[in-house]
Design a protein. Structure first.
Lengths: 285, 123
């Protein structure tokens, strides 16, 4: 069996990784070359099966999409060095117009957890304006438990966003983020290729470290705040971020106004886990 | 008044305006209108609110009208109702309130979307 682990240069900073923890996804617009988009469209025009997995045997696709420097660099930051490559390719092909939407769901075999051991990634080889029914995601929903069969009664959700994007865009998601297909008003064929990477190494903070990134004052709040008890989203986001930093055993929430709540304090936040860096140039703790 | 009742009333008004309304047709028409009370297709409105009060902002909505899921404006600010109270003011009746036993679940975990009210009316 061929080695399917890879490494590459990390591309995300502390702030980028924290944004991913807040939102549950990351959109990289137009990062794939036009020629690779064209070849991909030609490939899936021939292989219309919903799982055109043999595209993973094409060197041009592996280099241009799966190991695309920006996308793989982001995957490298979130899953660590030696991440495992996809072994399955799905393609969601829809020809419009299609007035309805897909139902909100989380994909099967999800695990709601602060751990990030795998990533679900989507690639649009063609321009996908809102008229073409791009996938909608609910930012922050990766922190809110749900079950696909209990989501059938959901339709409009305040805060949901369409992943409208130009050709060659890749978006990287936490597997358990809530999503659905958007309504399609144009008559174009929309392809959306979907695949998964896995972690093989323990988590640690080996992305691009920002000299002024301060764990004590970082804003852990995000869009989940609209749906959960006050500050619980901050706590969950901070726990996920510390897990990614390899510091999950240090995570604590001592209640009240303690870390990681946002506040205008006169000192180090009470409950800041010992040993967390304030900034690279400041003392720890 | 439901849509069938409004239709029946319209027929009576038409007959009246044409000078064709008789005692018999009036009695039959009123009986029909009364008989249609509570009938008609049940429309449903699922509203997920930000808290358990019906005055809270709606964060999610599904509208079933005439047996079909109705398309909503993409911008939530354009949804027909921003609160459960606004829907009640438009003749919707609450038939299900948020399940308060959810309070017994973990303080640290959250499940599902908001606080769900289900409302109905007849069309």
């Amino acid at each position: 069996m061929a080695d399917k682990t890879r490494d590459c240069e990390p591309t995300l900073t502390d702030s980028d990784v924290l944004d991913f923890c807040r939102n549950g996804y990351l959109l990289l617009e137009g990062v794939v070359d036009e020629d690779v988009n064209r070849r991909t469209l030609e490939f899936v025009a021939d292989d219309t099966y919903y799982e055109p997995t043999s595209i993973l045997d094409e060197d041009w696709f592996m280099e241009g999409v799966v190991m695309n420097s920006e996308a793989a660099g982001a995957v490298r930051c979130l899953l660590g060095a030696g991440f495992h490559l996809p072994v399955l390719m799905s393609n969601h092909r829809v020809t419009g117009p299609y007035a309805g939407t897909g139902g909100w769901h989380v994909d099967g075999n999800y695990v709601f957890s602060p751990e990030v051991n795998y990533l679900q990634v989507f690639y649009y080889p063609q321009d996908t304006p809102v008229e073409s029914g791009p996938t909608q995601v609910l930012p922050g929903s990766h922190l809110i438990r749900n079950k696909a069969r209990f989501m059938g009664h959901l339709n409009g959700i305040r805060g949901a966003v369409p992943t409208t994007s130009p050709a060659g865009s890749i978006f990287i998601t936490t597997y358990q983020i809530w999503h659905r297909r958007g309504p399609q008003s144009d008559s174009r064929l929309r392809n959306m290729l979907k695949y998964v990477y896995w972690r093989t190494a323990p988590p640690r903070r080996d992305w691009i470290v920002e000299a002024d990134f301060d764990f004590a004052t970082a804003n852990y709040g995000g869009p989940s705040a609209a749906f959960v008890e006050q500050f619980r989203g901050d706590a969950k986001c901070a726990e996920m971020f510390l897990w990614l930093c390899g510091r999950h055993e240090d995570y604590q929430n001592l209640g009240g106004q303690s870390w990681p709540l946002p506040a205008h304090r006169n000192d180090v936040p009470y409950g800041l886990p010992e040993g967390l860096p304030r900034t690279l140039s400041a003392p720890t703790g | 008044m439901t849509a069938p009742q409004q239709h029946g009333l319209g027929l009576l008004v038409d007959q009246l305006q044409r000078g064709e309304l008789t005692e018999e047709s009036l009695r039959r028409g009123v009986a029909d209108i009364v008989g249609w009370n509570g009938q008609g297709v049940q429309d449903l409105l699922y509203l997920q609110a930000a808290s358990s009060t019906p005055a809270a902002q709606v964060v999610g909505m599904m509208w079933v009208e005439g047996g079909q899921v109705k398309e909503l404006p993409p911008d939530p600010d354009d949804w027909p109702y921003q609160t459960v109270l606004a829907a009640i003011s438009d003749r919707w009746s609450v038939i299900s309130f948020p399940e308060m036993s959810l309070l017994t679940m973990s303080d640290k975990e959250f499940h599902g979307l908001g606080f769900q009210f289900i409302l109905e009316r007849r069309s």
